[in-house]
Design a protein around this ligand. Sequence first.
Ligand SMILES: Cc1cc2nc3c(=O)[nH]c(=O)nc-3n(C[C@H](O)[C@H](O)[C@H](O)COP(=O)(O)O)c2cc1C
Length: 166
Amino acid sequence: MTSTQPAVSPATLREVCGRWVTGVAVVTGTDHGGQPLGMAVNSFTSLSLEPPLVLFCPASTSSTWPLIQQSSRFAVNILAEPQSHLVRSFARSGGDKFAGVPLRPAPDGLPALAGAVARIVCRIEDVHAGGDHQIVVGRVLATELFEGDPLVFHRGRTAGVALPVG
Ligand SMILES: Cc1cc2nc3c(=O)[nH]c(=O)nc-3n(C[C@H](O)[C@H](O)[C@H](O)COP(=O)(O)O)c2cc1C
């Protein structure tokens, strides 16, 4: 069904944009006391190669993002296919999101999720307004790559990478 209606409700827009396939990442950081912070995002995307910039969009209602923002740095942990259980943990607001989550040591001091397929360490370059979200631009300071297939998010569900078409 195709439809072009004058007013687009949040539910409709969510459903339509849900047809866009993304990965899932956990943006991590630390608070003033060095406690780990994290939130699941699928708004992550690359922005620029030279200079190296990426972006993601935290909701204005996020309680985690303002705390990470104070430290001026964040890490993007791109989830692997077997990590779908972590999406629920890090999409929750409040509680100990890191309970039972295996971390590995990282020289930058930002929480590093063991088993992620890639990790990108950033310094906050810019934060722009974007409706009920913000657009956070990160300057890439370091990257790490690991073996494994990424987790996919589509129509509100996680999945593995589909076989190539054609
Ligand atoms: C697959 C998936 C993708 C998400 N992507 C985003 C996102 O891009 N931006 C965002 O603000 N919230 C996103 N969320 C919701 C946040 O993870 C959730 O609201 C947040 O962790 C709430 O916790 P907080 O109050 O501690 O920030 C996503 C949730 C899921 C399940």
